[in-house]
Ligand binder design. Structure first.
Ligand SMILES: Nc1nc2c(ncn2[C@@H]2O[C@H](COP(=O)(O)OP(=O)(O)O)[C@@H](O)[C@H]2O)c(=O)[nH]1
Ligand SMILES: [Mg+2]
Length: 416
């Protein structure tokens, strides 16, 4: 056993987002807690002490010594992690993790679960919007045989305190969209957007999770091996301190997440299994191809605006260079934010982005040379039709661009 200094921070797990099995030595040993409850935080300095104290008092009363609280803070500038760390002396069940190289709600929860030692894994917000006493009902549901118990705003006893009509509509709209894209997961719970739930560790042990954005519940149901689900009603209270981190980006992430889950768990799964077997990420390639199409559009529009006699009337070559470069920038941004979002979210510094961009630019220019070469070769020696030859040349250059960027710019390497 390693010796851990008092009040030291939990080491941040690295590598794949996969929950390990409990080490054999701890199973049924006295030290094993029943419940590991993760509290993800970002800028919750005003709430952290209160939530820890409330949870501690509640759980000490009902499952004394049989739980751990794991605060996972993403290096909040307001020093949330530091405040949490200073509470450890008073609350021996409290653990604190400070993440400096990764960000995001879902991955924070998973990193916390990876470090957890309990048989039941849970999550609760730090901002007191999730009423703590509901934990007891969730735990009871698990003890009565549920694999997963979720606190729901849309069952008996649930609600949202004072949401505007527009906000309710948006929330329900998102749920409806989810039902269309991913019915197998969304139809299983009345409140798929809930961030307040717990589940048996066994249900997700060994699964590599790949959540995008906020909706860790979807990820768990989508990829885990979850049988019976129980729901407990709760009223989502208003935030009193700090502010919500939800922005428009979470809506885009949500849709992206639904599609990812659909591709990797639904009927399209075989498709992605094949792509894994042959070592070619087809779904990523499709995204890359779509981004490429958007670039063609940007290029065309700019070429028109710059060189057409009825608009600016600049010389053709100069216009084409500008149009081409803007298209490259366009493609880079989309690829960085979407096609390779998983990679770029781990490397967010602007210097790293700039490096990716320069590499991308060079590779695309080389791709252009390849494009011209293949066009000439095919046209002169294989198929004397310039449009078919061009299509082949574009296809070859696209695969080149994709593959080399995959390996160099975003460096996605196969890890077995
Ligand atoms: N570790 C971590 N926690 C986060 C992040 N974003 C939000 N949280 C926490 O997740 C919980 C829910 O976030 P919040 O912004 O209140 O979402 P809302 O309740 O849906 O408006 C809170 O405890 C936040 O502090 C993040 O990027 N990293
Ligand atoms: Mg909140």
């Amino acid at each position: 056993m390693s010796i851990i200094e008092p009040n030291s921070l939990l080491p941040v797990p690295t590598g794949a987002l996969r929950i390990p099995e409990l080490p054999r030595a701890t199973i049924n040993a006295d030290g094993e807690p029943l419940l590991s409850l993760v509290i993800p935080t970002y800028k919750e300095a005003a709430n952290i002490q209160k939530i820890v104290s409330i949870l501690n008092n509640l759980l000490d009363e009902f499952i004394p010594g049989n739980y751990e609280l794991i605060v996972v803070d993403d290096d909040s500038p307001d020093g949330t992690w530091k405040i949490a760390q200073s509470l450890m002396e008073e609350y021996p069940q409290l653990r604190v993790m400070r993440r400096q190289h990764e960000r995001g709600l879902s991955s924070a929860v998973i990193r916390g679960w990876q470090a957890a030692t309990g048989r039941v894994l849970g999550v609760i917000d730090a901002d007191l919007q999730h009423p703590p006493h509901v934990l007891l009902q969730l735990l009871q549901a698990i003890e009565q045989g549920a694999d997963l118990a979720v606190a729901s705003r849309h069952v008996e006893g649930g609600g949202v305190s004072s949401w505007s009509f527009a906000r309710r509509l948006l929330s329900r709209g998102a749920q409806l969209l989810g039902l269309i894209i991913l019915p197998g997961v969304l139809s299983r719970v009345s409140d798929p957007m809930s961030g307040y739930f717990m589940l048996r560790r066994d249900c997700i042990v060994g699964q590599t999770l790949n959540p995008v954005g906020y909706k860790i519940l979807l990820e768990t149901i989508g990829r885990g091996n979850v049988g019976k689900i129980a729901e407990v009603g709760y009223v989502f209270s208003e935030r009193k301190e700090g502010e919500s981190k939800v922005t428009w980006k979470q809506y885009v992430d949500y849709i992206h997440h639904l599609i990812l889950l659909r591709v990797s768990t639904g009927r399209l799964r075989r498709f992605s299994q094949v792509s894994e077997r042959v070592g070619f990420p087809i779904d990523r390639f499709l995204r890359f191809g779509l981004v490429g199409l958007s670039g063609v559009f940007v290029d065309m529009v700019l070429l028109y605006l710059l060189s057409d006699p009825t608009t600016l009337g600049l010389p053709l070559t100069r216009s084409k260079i500008i149009a081409g470069e803007v298209a490259i920038v366009n493609n880079f941004l989309w690829n960085d934010m979407w096609t390779f979002a998983d990679v770029s979210s781990q490397q967010r510094e602007w210097r790293q982005r700039l490096k990716r961009f320069l590499k991308f630019n060079m590779i695309c220019l080389a791709g252009l040379v390849l494009n011209v070469l293949v066009l000439n070769l095919v046209f002169n020696f294989v198929i004397p039709n310039r449009y078919i030859a061009n299509l082949i040349a574009i296809a070859v250059a696209t695969v080149w661009n994709f593959w080399v960027n995959l390996k160099l710019s975003w460096r996605v390497t196969q890890v077995k």
